[in-house]
Design a protein around this ligand. Structure first.
Ligand code: S3P
Length: 166
């Protein structure tokens, strides 16, 4: 069975839904951000501060590649599609599912968040980042699922049904 990757903007619920999907299907769940943190021995914010986004994207790509043949469910980081090599891996080696979320839902969910380096920008910058990424998620996705105002169980069940058709 092919590994499954969940993609989507910060706050779209990739980890929560990935966990749910994995438990419903008895598959192993991997949170790519957690794997990066373990591998680096540093928090993501520290990696960004000390070595920059480009370095982070490189490690993220290596980690993604590592799980491409592992038959697991991977929750990726929201910016993984910014890297062309990672996009190619998502397109060629995973069943990739885009959790499509509206910007206002993200703003609401992340209103108290101060852990994500790229969320700590002005609202205009965050919104521009959101817009810029939509086409990239679309480019990589085999399936797109709207996640606004639906429970993780509902979303995971819809994904399960779609997967059996691809
Ligand atoms: C990022 C999203 C984060 C994490 C890092 C960069 C991004 O993951 O990988 O802070 O560029 O959107 P989540 O999407 O899980 O928040």
């Amino acid at each position: 069975m092919t590994s499954i990757a969940l993609i989507g903007f910060m706050g779209s619920g990739k980890s929560t839904i990935g966990c749910q999907l994995a438990s419903q299907n008895h598959r192993k769940f991997i949170d790519l951000d957690d794997e990066i943190t373990k591998f680096e021995g540093r928090e993501i914010a520290t990696i960004f501060a000390e070595d920059g986004e480009e370095y982070f994207r490189h490690v993220e790509e290596k980690m993604l590649n590592q799980f491409s043949e592992a038959n697991v469910i991977v929750a990726t980081g929201g910016g993984i599609v910014m890297n062309q090599n990672s996009r190619d891996i998502l397109k060629n080696c995973f069943q990739t599912i885009w959790l499509e979320v509206s910007y206002h839902v993200v703003e609401n969910r992340l209103r108290h968040d101060d852990t994500r380096p790229l969320w700590k920008q002005s609202k205009e910058q965050r919104q521009a980042l959101f817009e810029r990424r939509q086409g990239l998620y679309e480019e990589c996705a085999d399936i797109r699922v709207s996640v606004n105002e639906r429970s993780p169980i509902q979303i995971a069940t819809e994904i399960e049904r779609s997967i059996s058709f691809i």
